[in-house]
Design a protein. Structure first.
Length: 279
């Protein structure tokens, strides 16, 4: 094998790590280049969160329900990042004429997607922090600080599984071609409902909630609420079951993502239209 395509594991890991860092750094810089985007991505979501908090407050619901809304509003940012910074990304790169550059590089396509997602996570995390800070400072939601480390651990596992799903969607959206924009929009709103961003997902009923649990953010958010607020969270599953299930989903989604991305390339090679704009 040539030097361009190294066979030893250390070189492969180094090149893929460099690809992740390169794609992430571009997104990090771009996130703060347009200041108006920062306002739109931080201030306006707080208004949506505030609406639901005031509804619960007006109905006299327990303060924990207000906290559910704040946590859900923070997690929405990560789902949107998966849709627009991962699932749709290869399609947009193709339309801009840059996809061939990614395909000829001797690195995994999963590394490129991961770098894009990590870079986009900077603005995503900024939005989430602003939402949580607004909930704490403006609405004084209860937050048991001694339980936060356990919740952060579950949050990290949830994101890993969620981005595994995003890698699968990237190849699916790519094959749908010009409908990628509409497909991403179609996937956006239903997940707001099925994942229980603004209410306990168990309210959907066992059957619907179990199907919704295939999206890792559903189980992850449910588990985080249980860790922080116990029985008040009206959990779908016992919290001890959630980390193993998320690990299984992570392994499954990474496997399927690798197969899907490989199939996407092979199909494109046979049809000869993989990098053709509008194809």
């Amino acid at each position: 094998m040539s030097d361009r395509y190294p066979s030893d594991l250390a070189s492969v890991l180094r090149m893929n790590g460099a690809a992740i860092l390169a794609r992430a750094s571009v997104r990090m810089v771009a996130a703060f280049r347009e200041r108006s985007w920062m306002i739109g991505d931080t201030v306006f979501p707080v208004l949506v969160m505030a609406t639901f908090v005031l509804v619960y407050r007006g109905l006299g619901a327990p303060p924990a329900y207000e906290a559910f809304v704040v946590l859900g509003g923070a997690m929405i940012a990560y789902w949107n990042n998966v849709l627009w910074s991962m699932a749709s990304q290869f399609f947009w790169e193709k339309e801009q004429g840059q996809l061939q550059l990614y395909l000829i590089t001797p690195v995994s396509r999963m590394s490129i997607l991961l770098g894009m997602a990590l870079g986009g996570m900077v603005m995503t995390t900024t939005r989430s922090v602003v939402i949580i800070a607004a909930g704490l400072l403006l609405f004084h939601i209860p937050l048991p600080l001694d339980r936060v480390p356990a919740a952060l651990g579950l949050f990290t596992l949830t994101l890993a599984s969620l981005y595994g799903l995003g890698m699968i969607l990237s190849s699916v959206f790519f094959r749908w071609g010009r409908e990628a924009w509409y497909t991403a929009t179609l996937f956006q709103e239903p997940i707001y409902l099925l994942s229980g961003f603004y209410f306990p997902v168990s309210a959907l009923g066992n059957v619907v909630a179990t199907v919704a649990a295939l999206v890792p953010i559903t189980l992850g958010l449910d588990g985080i609420r249980q860790v922080l607020y116990g029985e008040l969270a009206h959990g779908l599953l016992p919290v001890g079951w959630i980390p193993p299930i998320l690990l299984v989903l992570l392994a499954l989604y990474l496997f399927l993502a690798h197969r899907a991305l490989t199939a996407m390339e092979e199909l494109g090679k046979r049809e000869g239209r993989l990098t053709i704009r509008g194809g």
